[in-house]
Design a protein around this ligand. Sequence first.
Ligand SMILES: Cc1cc2nc3c(=O)[nH]c(=O)nc-3n(C[C@H](O)[C@H](O)[C@H](O)COP(=O)(O)O)c2cc1C
Length: 347
Amino acid sequence: MEESNTQFEKRKRDHIRIALDPRSQTAGQNGLDSVHLIHEALPDLNFKEVDISTSFLFSNAAVELSSPIFVSSMTAGHEKGRAINEALARLSDRRQILMGVGSQRRELDDPQAAEEWAQVRKQAPRARLLGNIGIAQLIRTPMDSIRKLMDSTEALGMFVHLNSLQEILQPEGTPEFKEGLKAIENLVKLSAIPVIVKEVGCGFSEATLKRLAGAGVAAVDVAGKGGTHWGRVEGYRSEENELLFKVAQTFANWGYSTAESVANAKKAGINYQIWASGGVRSGLDVAKLIALGAQKVGMAQPFLEAALRGDEALDNLMNQLELELKTSLFCTGCRTIEELQTKMVVQ
Ligand SMILES: Cc1cc2nc3c(=O)[nH]c(=O)nc-3n(C[C@H](O)[C@H](O)[C@H](O)COP(=O)(O)O)c2cc1C
């Protein structure tokens, strides 16, 4: 059933409202409470030497970033989302961090929707944006149309999101993933920019991460369980649909936690970068995930909540995350992100 524009706008507004409701969060399930970093009482460092800068480095291109923290893909293609995306893109521009845009699906049917990014670019010309499309759309969309999505956002990379649970529980969903791996391989072959595969809050098994190793992706963002859970979000959207609501409750804690997913990547012996997100709520969480093997660490819901309060709230959030991350480095005796990745600091 094709969704009307009015239904689309309502669905996107519902997602934002429900994602901010604590019931949609699998809080405490990110797996990081049992990960401990080794305290270094005598770091051979002055705090001002601690450096959390990094880069987005693929093929020959390197884009400098002030930190490994990125804004996870959220919203796009609707009225309420515009102000949110503009605020997030200004943050990306000011602070030199990566920002995933929300699913660009709307642009496939309505080229006018790409206008959103032209407006964003006026305010945030140096924003470091990553495009986004769902696997169900990728499978049935010709490459020329996907290229337009990359161009409209001037994307540095392209996220492909995998959201099997959400597509089933969404009344207007498209649970059609057949030939998905082939579609990813094809995209990698034809794309001029790196392709990053992500989940949306259910994480990855070792076997799926192994299957992706042959596809040539630049990175997988595990987007595991521990924060916004799309089984829950779609379930609460379907309160009047008793069947979907009940099924969503059964699957309310479905998936691999973010920490488990990163551990699965280690076991899988992959040839691409691991990025981590899903229930990351502090700079200490970021540090733990980097120590476990992640190259970049993302957050969605906390940035959404701050974006709705404005630029100052977003800067305050970034200041706190950065100070927590730097504190984690200092107190483990690491000067750089690279040291945190390579030194044995996990207990
Ligand atoms: C309001 C909202 C909309 C989202 N829309 C998308 C999307 O369009 N594409 C996508 O890949 N992920 C989407 N996500 C999922 C996030 O990128 C992220 O994987 C997930 O929310 C877990 O992170 P969190 O626990 O920090 O919120 C969305 C998240 C939120 C909160």
